[in-house]
Write a protein that binds this ligand. Structure first.
Ligand SMILES: *Cc1c(COP(=O)(O)O)cnc(C)c1O
Ligand code: SF4
Length: 358
């Protein structure tokens, strides 16, 4: 039998990039325009044609895709706990464009541009400007990586590194490939889902290099996984690129066991292994998206047992101030009544005793 043809993604129509565009597309009510212009002055708007098509209920601000990309006046509310640099990127930047927090891996901010601007973005204070990292900064960052043998993995993020042309990406990857201690290159990207036409054969070929390339797909709702997005994931999977996902827990988008179950099953079906569920960072103007940690733990607890283990990511918090990411539960183990004794909760909520060997 001939292999099933992969549908060819049509060239995308123009992205929506202003309040006027959103209004014309029926995504922003006229009475909100003044407030939305104020929001847009602070953090750019961009919604690709693919994601416009993924909105199931155009005009409904609670549609889980619209809510992620269509700005809201709620972004003007800055809470006292919110921060300009919520995960402390700046606190660990040895050279511009590079964050080195953990010994064996660095983040290289190859660009500040994205295909879409997510209203909850944790880097919204730096993301949204045009252009790739200036060549002098890129050279300094690569130089730092080359002279730091502890760096085993380079994580390309931004912005979104896959907005760079295959030619530029190939050039960056070639320079990383020349550093013997860099064994893994990881992309964090939304492009395969929000702009799947960009996952061309040329791009996929560029990823077939010696530092093993892994791709982490940022996606938050099953509705985003359109036929074209699934075809892009298939192109990557077929080329042997390990695919993982990261999801941000977002109020009104995916803060229910059912929404996350649908998303995680769809990802695994498309050969993507859910990696992290992020607690929503304390970026300014994003309070309307944030749940409590207790809510996140309840959702994760509801999914354990109900879902195949390969569908379950780790729920993590990036500790404000640049202290790194840690799993935040739910916890299944509590101290028992004597040293070395534990009380462990199973997936159905029943308690059991477990004793370490004395
Ligand atoms: C999130 C992050 C990483 C990657 O962490 P993993 O737990 O390996 O996914 C690396 N460096 C920085 C600065 C980060 O914020
Ligand atoms: S794609 Fe990532 S970096 Fe870009 S706006 Fe969305 S969350 Fe921020």
């Amino acid at each position: 039998m001939a292999p099933k043809p992969v549908p060819v993604t049509p060239l995308p129509a123009r992205a929506l990039a202003s309040v006027e565009d959103l209004a014309a597309a029926g995504l922003a009510p006229a009475e909100d325009r003044a407030a939305l212009e104020q929001v847009a002055a602070d953090f750019r708007i961009r919604l690709t044609a693919e994601m416009q098509g993924a909105i199931a209920a155009p005009g409904d601000p609670d549609d889980p895709v619209a809510r992620q990309f269509v700005p809201s006046a709620a972004e003007l509310t800055i809470r006292p706990e919110e921060l300009a640099d919520p995960i402390g990127d700046g606190a660990h930047a040895p050279v511009p464009g590079l964050t080195h927090r953990y010994p064996d891996r660095v983040i290289l901010h190859a660009t500040h541009t994205c295909e879409v601007y997510c209203r909850f973005c944790f880097r919204r204070e730096v993301v949204g400007e045009d252009g790739a990292l200036p060549e002098a900064d890129m050279a300094a960052a690569l130089d730092y990586i080359a002279r730091t043998p502890a760096i085993w993995e380079v994580i390309l993020t931004g912005g979104d590194p896959m907005v760079l042309s295959p030619r530029r990406l190939r050039a960056v990857l070639a320079r990383l490939a020349a550093i013997p201690h860099v064994e893994v290159v990881r992309f964090h990207t939304r492009v395969p889902v929000v702009a799947p036409a960009k996952i061309t054969d040329t791009l996929v070929e560029a990823l077939d290099i010696r530092p093993a390339v892994h791709v982490v797909i940022h996606t938050n709702h099953a509705q985003e996984l359109t036929p074209a997005a699934c075809a892009a994931l298939a192109r990557l999977a077929r080329a042997g690129v390990p695919l993982l996902s990261q999801t941000v827990l977002l109020r009104g988008v995916n803060d229910s066991p059912q929404a996350l179950e649908d998303l995680f099953r769809a990802l695994v079906r498309n050969r993507v292994r859910p990696y992290y569920l992020h607690h929503c960072d304390l970026a300014r103007g994003t309070g309307h998206f944030r749940t409590t940690i207790a809510e996140g733990q309840r959702i994760m607890a509801a999914l354990r047992g109900r879902l195949s283990g390969i569908c379950l990511p780790t729920y993590v918090l990036d500790i404000p101030g640049g202290h790194g990411k840690v799993p935040v539960g739910p916890g299944y183990l509590e101290p028992g009544d004597s040293p070395g004794s534990h009380r462990v909760t199973d997936w159905q909520g029943n308690r059991h005793r477990y004793d370490d060997p004395s």
